[in-house]
Design a protein around this ligand. Structure first.
Ligand SMILES: [Zn+2]
Length: 400
């Protein structure tokens, strides 16, 4: 076989391992408004000396989002999450969560205030389009785990005035507001406090997020909410039966009420994992030792990542790849229809698969969507149109 033929024979292999993005696709991708509905980048911002204006390497520090990589991957922005780890449900725990939430909110606002040429706060769909047209990054603010509001739900008004536009009630563990998808039922859905918070969010026009919530919370929130709702970072339970993913029936119900599901790139949810209790134990111990991320020195952060890598190597789990991520995305597009699906990849919060490791690689998703037969308008809707529509609808139904 001559060299040319050999190359041709190898080409499909190369294309499979590493999706080749055509120049036309890259140009289209850069032209589109590309938003992600769940960025955990506020966690990265706690690292001393870490600068969002500088380019970092995922393989070196685990970070996945910064301004240079956003530009490279055509990511115009998204929802930056005020995420609070669920702590003890005591008076002291609630006070800690409240302070923690406000500190995270301040950190997000600081990014905007300190870098006004690069980042701007978006409160509406029109803001997002205008900010991106000015060549700046769009910063929406969301909340993941509403425990900071447990002690005083009226604090939601303060968050709203500071820019909060999306609200998820719960995380890995149950809280005072709702049951988690990854815990045993306690409230059988929403608690009375949780119901009150849903109504408060509706009145303010804050988009309600069901990611991390139990199926019962999903059902109750869908029935109770006067506006369409979102799953900001959830994948398909039909493709992989993990409780964090949504089943087809619920995906259809979500779409029928005008909502959207934003597919997640969190490997553990995308593929079946063999249970490894020893790994969980080691990770929990590591988490306990480094639980206060905000207080870690650069050396401690390096240690944290090194030890995490060691645990990952000792108890290696298979990692999902771009093909599996696309399986989830394409299945959800089939079930919900292209007007009800978007992307919330959980960047800086555990998201990322082989072949899609940080936001600089986002154009491969556009290429795969085009290859699967989706047209330019549909791809535009998947990258932001659907997300902005559902936000707009929540705001249109607000009753201030
Ligand atoms: Zn999450």
């Amino acid at each position: 076989m001559n060299k040319r033929l050999l190359l041709l024979a190898l080409l499909p292999l190369l294309a499979n391992a590493d999706t080749v993005v055509s120049p036309a696709t890259l140009a289209l991708h850069q032209r589109l408004l590309v938003l992600d509905s769940h960025l955990d980048t506020p966690l990265t911002l706690t690292r001393p000396g870490w600068n969002i204006l500088e380019r970092h390497d995922y393989r070196q520090d685990g970070s996945q989002v910064d301004l240079p990589r956003m530009r490279e991957g055509g990511l115009d922005g998204g929802f930056f999450a005020v995420y609070t780890p669920q702590g003890p449900r005591t008076e002291e725990g609630r006070a800690y969560a409240s302070a923690y939430g406000l500190a995270t909110l301040t950190r997000i606002r600081d990014v905007i205030d300190r870098n006004p040429d690069s980042f701007a706060l978006a409160l509406t769909a029109d803001d997002a389009r205008r900010i991106a047209a000015e060549g700046k990054r769009v910063v929406f603010i969301s909340m993941e785990n509403a425990d900071p509001l447990s002690s005083d739900p009226a604090l939601l008004n303060t968050y709203y005035r500071q820019g909060l536009r999306m609200l998820g009630l719960v995380h890995f563990m149950n809280n005072d507001l709702a049951d988690s998808a990854t815990a045993l039922p306690e409230w059988k859905g929403l608690s009375p406090k949780g119901r009150d918070l849903v109504q408060r969010a509706n009145r303010l026009g804050i988009l309600l997020d069901v990611s991390h919530a139990s199926d019962a919370v999903f059902d109750q929130m869908l029935a109770l909410s006067s506006a369409p709702i979102i799953a900001s970072h959830s994948s398909s339970r039909a493709v992989n039966p993990h409780p964090r993913n949504l089943d087809d029936a619920r995906v259809r119900q979500l779409a029928a009420k005008g909502g959207v599901i934003q597919v997640n790139a969190y490997s553990d949810y995308l593929i079946p994992l063999t249970p490894k209790p020893e790994r969980n134990k080691a990770m929990a111990a590591l988490g306990a030792r480094f639980h206060n991320l905000a207080a870690l020195s650069p050396e401690q952060i390096k240690d944290l990542y090194q030890e995490r890598d060691t645990i990952n190597q000792r108890f290696a789990q298979p990692k999902a790849d771009l093909d599996v991520f696309m399986q989830h995305l394409l299945h959800l597009l089939e079930v919900a229809g292209p007007d009800h699906v978007g992307i919330g990849a959980d960047w800086d919060g555990g998201g990322g698969v082989s072949g899609l490791e940080d936001v600089s690689q986002l154009p491969v998703v556009t290429q795969r969507l085009l290859d699967a037969g989706y047209n330019e308008q549909q791809v535009a809707n998947i990258w932001s149109g659907n997300l902005l529509r559902v936000l707009q609808e929540a705001q249109a139904r607000a009753q201030p």
